[in-house]
Design a protein around this ligand. Sequence first.
Ligand code: SAM
Length: 224
Amino acid sequence: MGKDKLRKFAENLTFENLVQPDFDDIFHRDHPLKGRWAADFFNNTNPLTLELGCGRGEYTVGLGAADPTRNFLGIDIKGARMWRGAKTATEMGLANVGFLRTRIEFIESFFGPGEVSQIWITFPDPQLKKGREKKRLTSPLFLARYARFLRPGGVIHLKTDSRELHDYTLEVIAANGLPLAVASTDIYGTGLADTDHALKIKTAYERCFLEEGKPITYLRFTLA
Ligand SMILES: C[S@@+](CC[C@H](N)C(=O)[O-])C[C@H]1O[C@@H](n2cnc3c(N)ncnc32)[C@H](O)[C@@H]1O
């Protein structure tokens, strides 16, 4: 492992805004913060938004800086990437921003019924290979997991460069009769991003895709 990664992992241990549970603490059991994020982690009663596969946490930090009345938690398995978000949020003094290092497959161990009000899924691996559908973060399997903690009417945002994942998610939404609020196959080309501050936040992967000239797609839907 490179020295830079080791330095980031060491610094991660010093961040108060980063939770890194041991596998044994969450495998088939609830984490102590389940149902308690607002009260015990953010020390308030504000609604919670998650960013799944947050990478460097651009959405978590960007949304948190723009709205101090809500809490934002970025989730990813890669500690060296989350280091960037945790460090930036610490330097900016953002008390409403946090990070959780875990596999998204274990997400039900962390959030109680109705605890989450919004979910952003930003440029997830589209998992297009045959037999990988269950790994897609918008598959029925994952949506069923989110339903256990997303409050009624809670919103899911999917931003991706993958037209295949966009179209697949539209199919899942239609097949399950889910309310679709917004769908765009090119948020910059159509001007949609100009109408919504949140859509203008750009992630590291997004910048690469834009340099390649790929259109960025967006879906906003609810589970009920
Ligand atoms: C393509 S990157 C996008 C990162 C960031 N959202 C961006 O747009 O720059 C996908 C991210 O999801 C994370 N990831 C993929 N599968 C995951 C899983 N099962 N649990 C937690 N994180 C996962 C990866 O570590 C990676 O940081």
